[in-house]
Design a protein around this ligand. Structure first.
Ligand SMILES: C[S@@+](CC[C@H](N)C(=O)[O-])C[C@H]1O[C@@H](n2cnc3c(N)ncnc32)[C@H](O)[C@@H]1O
Length: 319
């Protein structure tokens, strides 16, 4: 039986439980408000705007592929429900219809810890999340549609994508979880799969930013939360390195992504989601300790790289 998991086996159990508890608190706060469902549609509006800006065509005409749609894949569900020609892949099996078979698939692929976490999250949060998603869709005259065949399961570095078969590749909060060697294969694959002029909109949560550790206590929504008791310090992951999140991280800097993407793509924009996030935590002594990292690194968080495949320059046969 193949087991694939992102959960670190190195962490002491009490730390894992504390992180999971903080995560649950963050999720409870999230489902209290409608911001999450609204944020999905803001993302989609951003994709529409960028696609129109750089291709002159509406996103409705595009074939879209999402890398790492997530265990609760609402962005891809929203795209499909809005009528876009969208599909995607994730290493983890999704829960689409709350069938026993789906939990069994997660157990088989990702182990018992992931299956139990998925079940807890599903029971506690998915009802509300789906209601909110359905409400947002109905404001746009649409109903929730789940096209199961469009949710591929597997490693994105192994997926077969036809040459020039896609107009847009999307990814949110995923690339930082993929080992560098796999990313190098993946970016070449993306460059081959996307049509000339098509776009890749890739938004990792960059390691060097204040949220880059993925410790829940430094999630953006927890940065000003007086209820949080932090064990770690700001940019702990670049300094004392005493705590690690319960997830695999490749630790790539923003400049590393830039260098990797530039091999096959032109970078049209780098869009930092929250440009001022964490400024108040960069005390002079911390800034001194982090002097090897410039502000563009330290004030990175979720950074969208807007990428267009480089034009192949044909060799001149006369030269
Ligand atoms: C933090 S979640 C983000 C999910 C979703 N994009 C979102 O914004 O909510 C990262 C996701 O990336 C997926 N992932 C990590 N490595 C992957 C790989 N090599 N191939 C496909 N999916 C991968 C994980 O399974 C996980 O669902």
């Amino acid at each position: 039986m193949q087991k694939v998991t992102h959960s670190s086996a190195r962490l002491p159990i009490w730390h894992k439980i504390y992180q999971f508890y903080l995560l649950l608190c963050a999720q409870f706060r999230r489902v209290k408000g409608a911001e999450y469902a609204e944020s999905l549609f803001k993302d989609i509006d951003e994709y529409r705007h960028l696609y129109l800006k750089y291709t002159g065509s509406p996103l409705e005409t595009a074939k879209i592929f999402e890398i790492g749609y997530g265990a609760r894949p609402y962005r891809l569900m929203a795209l499909i429900s809005l009528g876009y020609e969208a599909s995607g892949i994730d290493l983890d099996s999704p829960i689409l219809r709350f069938r026993l078979k789906e939990f069994f698939n997660i157990y088989r692929r990702n182990g018992i810890e992931r299956a139990v976490k998925s079940a807890i999250r599903y029971i506690l949060f998915d009802g509300t999340d789906r209601r909110r998603l359905t409400a947002e869709l109905s404001k746009r005259g649409r109903g929730l549609q789940i096209a199961e065949s469009r949710f591929l399961v597997g490693d994105t570095a192994d997926v077969a994508l036809g040459e020039n078969s896609l107009d847009v590749v999307l990814s949110e909060d995923v690339f930082e979880h993929i080992p560098v060697e796999s990313l190098q294969i993946l970016t070449k694959k993306m460059a081959k799969a996307v049509k000339p002029g098509g776009l890749c909109l890739i938004r990792p949560n960059v390691f060097t930013g204040i949220t880059g550790s993925h410790l829940v206590e430094w999630y953006p929504q927890n940065l000003h939360n007086p209820g949080i008791r932090r064990k770690s310090e700001p940019w702990e992951h670049l300094r004392k390195k005493r705590y690690a999140a319960d997830t695999y991280l490749n630790e790539m800097k923003r400049s590393d992504y830039r260098a990797m993407f530039l091999e096959d793509f032109d970078i049209l924009e780098e869009r930092v989601k929250l440009p001022t996030l964490g400024h108040e935590y960069l005390a002079p002594q911390i800034k001194e300790e982090l002097k090897d990292f410039d502000d563009a690194e330290l004030f990175s968080n979720q950074v969208m790289f807007v990428l267009r495949k480089k034009k192949v320059i044909q060799a001149d046969p006369d030269n």
